[in-house]
Structures are given as structure tokens and as C-alpha cells.
Design a protein around this ligand. Structure first.
Ligand code: ZN
Length: 336
């Protein structure tokens, strides 16, 4: 059903006419409560009467279902599917783990609308791995050992997602939106450059995490932990769903800096970027006196990174892609 050019039989005109799709408000009573739903109707372009079009009833059922759930704050089928993927658990074990009957979640997946009470349990598990772990432990006896362990391991790995600051998650979500493929090594460098450029331009860090001087350059250990077992393209990972919507909460300045970095540094692989960071003062200072066999490095202080990039900004003008490209070019020439 597209908006224009579709034709069907109009009962009023007694012939085939063109119809238009419009939104219409209807009031429906569910469990003794009145709700207003916006549904799609087909209107004859000639007489203006409503027409019955194949597929429209199904669409209306979906519209009413999703608006009813939104009005009551109830989870959707999509939310439940996400929950299963994120915690690596099947529908029947999930039901039992949450303390429901075995068939409850399977019924919800078939379209039955959950009660508010059960819906709240599902939502709590979706937003809090700690809550999910608590539920798993409570209902351990009802689950097979394998199902319990799998879900517990998944909850542990999700928990590390929440040890990263919200701002960091937002920045990462936006980087993933902009770059098709990001390796863990590359992501680390990109985050470091974002911090450097942002703090030089706006006089404060964009996120609170400190990075450390590891053998392969600056690394944010919490982020490293988080993505250690993610696939190379994290967007394919269901757990990435937890990041969705995060990027929208960034300011225009933050987005501008991320765009600058992604469009310049972001075209290089992790190894090339490493050649740049290895020749930057903050990293060289932090590595002084360290031998490369030491796996973890000193903190690279945020003000030190800012100071360095303030000087780079004076020299290159890193508020433009052109300035950043010149800087990258000079650093790579120095490194070779
Ligand atoms: Zn008509």
C-alpha cells in the first residue's frame, strides 16, 4: 500500500477509483478504559468515502497493538526478542528464569499482550543485567545447567557495558553509526583522537574515562573489556541493541568533533593510527622508562592530552578536516 496511485473498488462510486491513505483517530475501549488510536484508512479520491482495502485490517491491528502497548508502557514483541538475544536464552528458559510459567514468553511472542506486572519484569531485565542475574539466581533450579551458565555469562558481559560512562557509550554509538567497520584497535585510537580534538577546541574532555599507554598506543581499558568478545563489526551483535538511541543525546559540538575525526583519522586502519599516536608527546612521555613487555601502561592524563592538542590546534587548525589531514600527513611522514 503506497500513498498514491493505488486503485480499488469503491462501494459508494460503484466502480474502481483511486484511493488515498490517511490517518484517522478512533476511540476503542479495552479493559473498561477508553483509548484514542491513530489508524490508517483508505479514502476514495472521488467521493471521499472510506474504502476497504486488502491488508488494511492487519495494519490497523498492528497500529492499535503498538499504540496500546506504548500508552500502557508495555514491552513489545521486539523487546522480548532482544532480551532473548542479549542474554543468549531460549523462550521457554527465559520464561522460567523470569519466574513466569513456561509458556508465558512463547505466548507473548505470538502476540498476546503481557500484563503490566509481567511487562515490567521483562523491561527491568532488558535494561539491567544485574536484575537479570538476580532473576537467574532466584530461578536457577528451574533451568538446565547449560542454559543457566550461558545466560549468566551473557549477563556478565553485558554488565561491563554499563561500567562505561553514558557519554562514552554515546560517542561509541555515534562512531559506529558513521563508520561501516571498526576494529577494536581502531576504535581505541578514534576515541583518543576524539578526546584530544574535543578538549583542545572546547577546553574540557568529552568523556570522563582515562586512557592508558599500552604497547599498541592509548587504550581505554573499560572499552577494551567491553568489545573484547564482540565481533569485528559490532553492529551485527545483538548486544549492540543496548547502544541504540544513545547517539541522539550528543550535543552538536560533540557530533561535529566526532565527524571531524571519523572523516580524517577514520579512513586509516589501526596500525597506521598507531604510528601517529606513538609519535605524540603524551604517549611517549607515559612510556618513558617502560619496556614493551609490560602489558599495562600509565594513565595518559586528560589535561596532558588537551595541552598537546591545543598546541596542535594552534599550528594546524584542527577544527577543520583540512587541518587534521595536514597534521596526519606530517605525523606519518615523521613516523616513516
Ligand atoms: Zn468513491
Amino acid at each position: 500500500m503506497t500513498d498514491k496511485g493505488r486503485r480499488d473498488f469503491c462501494m459508494e462510486c460503484r466502480k474502481e477509483t483511486e484511493y488515498l491513505l490517511k490517518k484517522k483517530d478512533i476511540v476503542k475501549t479495552i479493559r473498561d478504559k477508553d483509548y484514542t488510536f491513530g489508524i490508517t484508512v483508505a479514502v476514495c479520491a472521488e467521493c471521499g468515502e472510506e474504502m476497504s482495502i486488502p491488508g488494511l485490517i492487519d495494519k490497523n491491528v498492528q497500529e492499535i497493538d503498538s499504540q496500546y502497548r506504548a500508552a500502557e508502557g508495555l514491552v513489545s514483541i521486539d523487546d522480548i526478542e532482544k532480551l532473548m538475544k542479549i542474554y543468549n536464552i531460549g523462550k521457554a528458559p527465559l520464561s522460567l528464569a523470569l519466574g513466569f510459567g513456561e509458556v508465558t514468553i512463547p505466548r507473548y511472542l505470538e502476540g498476546q499482550v503481557p500484563s503490566k506486572e509481567y511487562s515490567d519484569v521483562v523491561r527491568a531485565a532488558l535494561v539491567s543485567p544485574a536484575y537479570m542475574k538476580q532473576k537467574l539466581m532466584e530461578n536457577r533450579g528451574k533451568l538446565t545447567d547449560a542454559a543457566y551458565k550461558k545466560a549468566m555469562a551473557a549477563a556478565d558481559s553485558i554488565e561491563s557495558l554499563f561500567s562505561v560512562s553514558e557519554k562514552m557509550l554515546r560517542v561509541i554509538a555515534y562512531v559506529f553509526e558513521k563508520l561501516e567497520e571498526v576494529t577494536p584497535l581502531m576504535l581505541q585510537k578514534i576515541l583518543y583522537f576524539i578526546q584530544g580534538v574535543y578538549s583542545a577546541l572546547y577546553g574540557k574532555p568529552v568523556f570522563e574515562e582515562d586512557c592508558r599507554a599500552w604497547v599498541h598506543g592509548p587504550v581505554y581499558p573499560e572499552v577494551y573489556e567491553l568489545f573484547r568478545d564482540f565481533k569485528y563489526n559490532p553492529i551485527d551483535d545483538a548486544r549492540f541493541a543496548l547502544l541504540h538511541g544513545n547517539a541522539e543525546a550528543l550535543t552538536e559540538e560533540e557530533k561535529k568533533v566526532i565527524d571531524l575525526v571519523v572523516n580524517t583519522f577514520g579512513i586509516y586502519g589501526g596500525k597506521i593510527l598507531e604510528r601517529i599516536t606513538h609519535n605524540e608527546d603524551p604517549w611517549m612521555e607515559a612510556r618513558k622508562g617502560y619496556c614493551d613487555s609490560i602489558p599495562s601502561g600509565k594513565i595518559l592524563p586528560k589535561d596532558r592530552i588537551m595541552m598537546y592538542y591545543v598546541i596542535i590546534n594552534q599550528k594546524y587548525g584542527i577544527d577543520t578536516e583540512e587541518g587534521l589531514r595536514t597534521y596526519i600527513h606530517d605525523m606519518l611522514a615523521k613516523a616513516s
